[in-house]
Write a protein that binds this ligand. Structure first.
Ligand code: SAM
Length: 257
């Protein structure tokens, strides 16, 4: 499977949009279109297509993050936070001092998240691009992102922004679909994801193409070791990863020291 992502063609920067290669300047608009279409059914569809597995993977992220239980201030930034699943889980696992900012570029995803969060005072939503975060340098204790990174046009810019907004001693965690590292599972997973997920997307969210993009974009995302190097290139240290369900997803952890 070709995991090449970006290229330059006749001087024009190109980016992958699923299996297609598009003008890099057009990619974000296409991604925004996908999430505007699925926002209302996004949470339901996550459960349906992963059989609930995404909940276990997100719990792994929270367990590895191990947010503090006390009353001391603790600021989390969850980027590409969508409907707020990760931020809510982190707040549930942390003490009274924790606050979370959910940052996402999609107004419909944020709207779905606001409805779901109700009046939770420790949460706030900010609409912004992961590649140009509207936050001061060194302002967060932790930066998390789940299933967002592969949608960004310039991942290295988003990683540099993650590094910039973290305090020294701050923690970076990224949960993303990855490269399956178990022989039989990889073929089963390919068959399931490339055919069944778009079909489920058509039934549950009324949009096969959106879910075809989501599956194809997984195949364009760098494998575990390549992504480790990208994180290191952004300046992070102690970069480690854990495979989840044989590498269907992977959790990368790093520190700004
Ligand atoms: N983190 C949530 C979760 O795990 O359920 C949502 C993940 S959803 C697959 C990807 C999210 O990335 C969408 O809400 C989308 O709007 C957001 N996104 C895509 N490009 C973005 C960008 N450049 N900056 C911020 N958010 C972005």
């Amino acid at each position: 499977m070709n995991r090449e992502r970006d290229s330059v063609d006749a001087g024009e920067p190109r980016a992958s949009f699923g299996f297609a290669t598009v003008d890099a300047r057009a990619k974000q608009g296409l991604v925004n279109g996908v999430f505007a279409r699925v926002a209302r059914r996004y949470d339901l569809m996550n459960d349906v297509m992963s059989g609930g597995l995404h909940r276990l993977w997100k719990d792994e992220l929270v367990a590895w993050l191990a947010p503090p239980k006390g009353a001391a201030p603790y600021a989390l930034l969850d980027v590409a936070g969508g409907t707020g699943d990760i931020a809510c889980r982190v707040l549930t696992a942390s003490g009274k001092g924790a606050r979370a900012v959910i940052c996402d570029i999609s107004a419909p995803m944020i709207e779905a998240g606001r409805q779901r969060a109700g009046g939770e005072q420790r949460l706030c939503f900010v609409r912004a691009n992961a590649e140009a975060l509207p936050f001061a340098a060194r302002s967060f204790d932790a930066y998390s992102t789940a299933f967002g990174m592969r949608n960004f046009t310039h991942m290295e810019v988003a990683l540099a922004e993650a590094f910039r907004v973290l305090k020294p001693g701050g923690r970076f965690l990224c949960l993303e679909f990855s490269a399956v590292e178990m022989p039989l599972l990889d073929r089963l997973y390919d068959a399931y994801s490339l055919t069944a997920i778009p079909a489920l997307g058509a039934i549950v969210a009324g949009d096969a193409d959106a879910y075809r993009y989501l599956v194809e974009s997984i195949r364009r995302f760098p494998d575990q070791k390549t992504f480790t190097r990208l994180i290191e290139n952004a300046g992070f240290e102690r970069v480690r990863y854990r495979n989840l369900t044989g590498g269907i997803a992977a959790l990368h952890s790093a520190w700004r020291l």
